[in-house]
Design a protein around this ligand. Structure first.
Ligand SMILES: [Zn+2]
Ligand SMILES: [Zn+2]
Length: 167
């Protein structure tokens, strides 16, 4: 397999689903989100001990090295655990602060954590109509989703929804 085959394999498809909230783009994690604009999901690889690092951090959790490079990972993974949110609250109970539309527009939706074949566990929304994504061990693939303010985020797609793919 040559390099061009590998990068094509790691390319994420874009999926039509209701837009969710957009992330806070702190400079330390901006490169993670920028890699999605290039159609890839990239994780930190420690330059010292080669650990694939997640959550994103300025230092390796294994050896504390500050040195790393960004590495595109394969989009395939399996569900570790997932829940279905049927309804979004419109106000936060303690403060009374109103939540913005993205949350309400998304429901019902499935949210979970996925064990990526690459060896990291990532949180995210899972687009699935049949409900199998709620079962641990179900295979899903990382995809690109739209979010508020035209930001691209990642999520996951179960095969039952593969007709939603647009690219
Ligand atoms: Zn390290
Ligand atoms: Zn499904």
């Amino acid at each position: 397999m040559n390099n061009s085959d590998t990068s094509a394999q790691f390319h994420l498809v874009r999926v039509n689903a209701p837009a969710g909230p957009s992330p806070h783009l702190h400079p330390d994690i901006a490169d993670f989100w920028n890699s999605l604009d290039r159609g890839q999901l990239s994780i930190q690889r420690c330059s010292s001990c080669e650990t694939l690092r997640f959550p994103i951090s300025p230092n390796c959790h294994e050896c504390l090295s500050p040195d790393f490079s960004w590495e595109a990972i394969h989009p395939r993974g399996t569900v570790n655990v997932a829940i279905e949110a049927h309804e979004a609250v419109s106000k936060l109970p303690a403060s009374g602060i109103s939540l913005s539309d993205p949350w309400r527009g998304m429901t019902p939706y499935i949210s979970g954590v996925v064990d990526m074949d690459a060896g990291v566990r990532l949180p995210g929304r899972i687009v699935c109509r049949c409900g199998d994504a709620l079962i641990p061990g179900t295979e899903v693939n990382a995809v690109l989703l739209g979010a508020a303010h035209n930001v691209t985020i990642y999520g996951f797609l179960h095969e039952c929804e593969s007709t939603r793919s647009t690219t």
